[in-house]
Design a protein around this ligand. Structure first.
Ligand SMILES: Cc1ncc(COP(=O)(O)O)c(C=O)c1O
Length: 383
């Protein structure tokens, strides 16, 4: 089966009792067991340990990413936290991309650090930097590519080739491109992490997360944490995400086309100082973007001339673009990472990795590109 067919049919089948074409929302805490000897005969005991609606989403995401299995979580952060808990112990060291979602950085520096785990935030765009930070106690590499918000790319294959001979799992946060455009497991990664909140849901309706594993053994470790910590996704969220997945490719293609049109418009505007989009020839890692993914995605960032004040004025002047935290949905959103998504990243570290005070992040939606451009043009005229 090809991707468009899989995104609709994988993991789901008509309800055996009623024929309902959609997997029902199994809103039940517990599952009646036929007898003590046949405990778990139908596979379910208690909804913290597994739920049929959540299971359908797990199966679909495993197929889409090409993994052995998947575990779904209450949020993307719960999924990342599960990977840390599954593969790190006190005294261990992990390497994490130096540009990543602010919550990932916060989880490392304020939570796991308290439990004796040390982190190196590496320039994972440079495999030599990753190699040079490996220690005897390194037990996990987590990369995010494209990274939030600067869109810096990691060469997934190159980093996997560093991790694999040492037996260290390489986890890739694939939230920005989804399995439709990028499949890290095929490039040698061991685990794929998602905030399903973003493109997989796609409608600003849920928060959720997922970890897809290359092998059943890796999945068992993650699933154990899902049950032990009680961070499984809810059936309603899983159901909404199942519906979102069915239109993933159509949404992403249209959103990416819009993003390319907007990036080109911004590049040609005299008040714009800098534009960043992996699909532009000016993007520093354009060749890598073409090589390891089949699309460029729908995230764009830019800086305006006139500094931070001009950038803030622009964001406040937009009317069709909504100022909000989130990305990946059909609605176009604008975000100021320094005050919003990355406020908890140390200011010096932000500066070092290029998250500038004037950076304006766009999550391009499915509206008509012309309307989105007209709104941006109107706001640029005001600064
Ligand atoms: C790349 C990436 N990973 C993980 C997360 C965390 O996901 P959630 O907000 O669903 O917890 C986010 C949130 O913005 C993100 O952008």
């Amino acid at each position: 089966m090809r991707f468009n067919t899989k995104q609709i049919h994988a993991g789901v089948e008509p309800d055996p009792v009623t024929g309902s074409i959609l997997t029902p929302i199994y809103q039940s805490t517990t599952y009646v067991q036929p007898s003590v000897d046949e405990y778990l005969a139908k596979g379910y005991s208690y909804s913290r340990s597994g739920n049929p609606t959540v299971r359908a989403l797990e199966k679909k995401l495993a197929v889409l990413e090409g993994g052995a299995d998947c575990a779904c979580f209450a949020t993307g952060m719960a999924a990342i936290h599960a990977v840390f808990l599954a593969f790190l112990n006190a005294g261990d060291h992990a390497i994490v991309s130096d540009v990543a979602y602010g919550g990932t950085y916060r989880l490392c520096t304020t939570v796991f650090k308290r439990f004796g785990v040390s982190f190196d935030f590496a320039d994972t765009a440079n495999p030599d930097d990753v190699r040079s930070r490996m220690r005897d106690n390194t037990r996990l590499i987590l990369t995010e590519t494209p990274a939030n918000p600067t869109l810096k790319l990691t060469d997934i294959q190159a980093v996997s080739e560093i991790a694999r001979p040492r037996g260290i799992p390489h986890a890739v946060d694939n939230t920005f491109l989804t399995p439709y455009y990028q499949r890290p497991l095929e490039l040698g990664a061991d685990l794929v992490v998602h905030s399903t909140t973003k493109y997989l849901d796609g409608h600003n309706a849920t928060v959720g997360g997922a970890v897809v594993s290359r092998t059943p053994e890796l999945n068992e470790k993650v699933r154990f944490i899902q049950n032990a910590t009680g961070t499984i996704a809810s059936p309603q969220v899983a159901w909404l995400t199942l519906q979102g997945c069915k239109t993933l490719s159509v949404r992403l293609d249209r959103q990416s086309d819009n993003a390319m049109a907007i990036a080109r418009f911004l590049e040609s505007h005299p008040k714009v100082a800098k534009v960043c989009y992996p699909g532009l020839a000016s993007f520093p890692q354009h060749e890598l973007a073409k090589r390891q993914a089949s699309g460029f995605g729908a995230m764009v960032w830019f800086e305006v001339r006139g500094g931070v004040a001009a950038g803030k004025k622009l964001m406040d002047s937009l009317s069709l673009w909504t100022l909000a935290e989130n990305l990946g949905s059909v609605e176009s959103l604008v975000t100021h990472p320094v005050t919003m998504t990355h406020a908890d990243v140390d200011a010096a570290e932000r500066k070092r990795v290029g998250i500038t005070d004037g950076l304006v992040r766009l999550s391009v939606g499915m509206e008509d590109a012309e309307d989105l451009i007209e709104d941006l043009k109107g706001a640029l005229d005001k600064i």
